[in-house]
Design a protein. Structure first.
Length: 311
């Protein structure tokens, strides 16, 4: 069936569950040991200034990613609590617990920013330390830096993918993609139907990671530097620009995915997803469907309530 003109829904795998973000609500669904599905619902921010910023090209990517990091941290906290309780671990109480709940959004944003700085700056030092005597500054060093960044990214993801918990996480990641692909194709969201679809998706955050490397190489090549210190400062200052442009490239490749030849522009991101996704089992797909359906139900309810209020 031809792809429908559907809203842009986003998903994210969490520990033993799946999070989906709609226009008004974000929902996480996790399966408990008694086979029941538990939901965590969080309304999206309705601050006008945030909504305005998310409509501005290049800036909207930065705002969206920071918001997603903060929101995702809250849902990850919920999923982690459920996982701990199901595993028989005690969930801490008291001030430390309260602090964690109140600060989890901030931690999510800081973790995202820290990760971006690490994967941006470490390759700079590696390229300079290992190849500085043989590779000249400028574009050659920038290309070497990009190569180290890809190796570091692939090595890190491959390493953590070996742990049982991350393997499960990547299976839920695959289930989330299958549900979105099935929905965008217009089929009924049943486990049997969803399992027929690919676990890869052009709009995935994993694709953003690889695009940010390529975009970074292009942008950094446009600027010269005279020392390692200047190079490091330059990378930090240009990081928001790299993030903003990478987000636009991700959206662009998603729009072109049905265009012959141009669809191949999104393939580097899909190749990376072969590491960050795994084929889910039926139970995991069922959880992903439940999360997606719950999110759409709450979105529609919110729209109806708004129509009643304004009507």
């Amino acid at each position: 069936m031809a792809q429908q003109n559907v809203p842009s829904y986003g998903g994210q795998a969490v520990i033993e569950g799946v999070m989906f973000g709609g226009k008004t609500t974000t929902v996480t669904a996790v399966r408990k040991k008694n086979h029941e599905i538990e939901y965590f619902e969080s309304p999206r921010s309705e601050y006008k200034w945030i909504t305005t910023l998310k409509k501005i090209p290049f800036l909207r990517g930065i705002v969206g990613l920071v918001e997603a990091s903060a929101n995702g941290a809250k849902h990850l906290n919920f999923a982690s609590e459920q996982y701990s309780m199901e595993s028989g671990e005690e969930v801490s109480e008291g001030p430390s617990k309260l602090t964690m709940i109140l600060g989890v959004a901030v931690v999510g944003v800081l973790s995202f920013l820290f990760g971006k700085f690490v994967f941006t700056l470490v390759p700079v030092f590696l390229a300079d330390f290992l190849l500085g005597k043989w590779v000249p500054d400028g574009v050659p060093q920038t290309l070497a830096e990009g190569g180290f960044k890809i190796l570091l990214l692939l090595g890190y993801i491959t390493a953590i993918a070996q742990t049982p918990l991350i393997k499960r996480l990547f299976q839920y990641h695959g289930a989330e993609h299958k549900v979105i692909n099935a929905f965008e194709s217009g089929v009924e969201l049943t486990v049997a139907n969803v399992q027929k679809f690919s676990a890869l998706h052009y709009r995935c955050g994993s694709s953003f990671l690889i695009f940010s490397v390529f975009v970074g190489v292009v942008i950094y090549s446009l600027f010269s530097y005279d020392s390692l210190t200047e190079r490091v400062v330059q990378r930090i200052v240009l990081l928001p620009l790299v993030i903003g442009v990478s987000y636009e490239v991700l959206q662009w490749t998603n729009k072109l995915r049905d265009v012959p030849v141009l669809r191949y522009l999104g393939y580097p991101g899909l190749w990376l997803q072969k590491i960050t996704t795994r084929e889910p089992d039926d139970s995991q797909v069922e959880v992903a469907i439940a999360s997606f359906q719950k999110m759409r139900e709450l979105d529609q309810k919110h729209v109806q309530e708004r129509m009643v209020t304004t009507g």
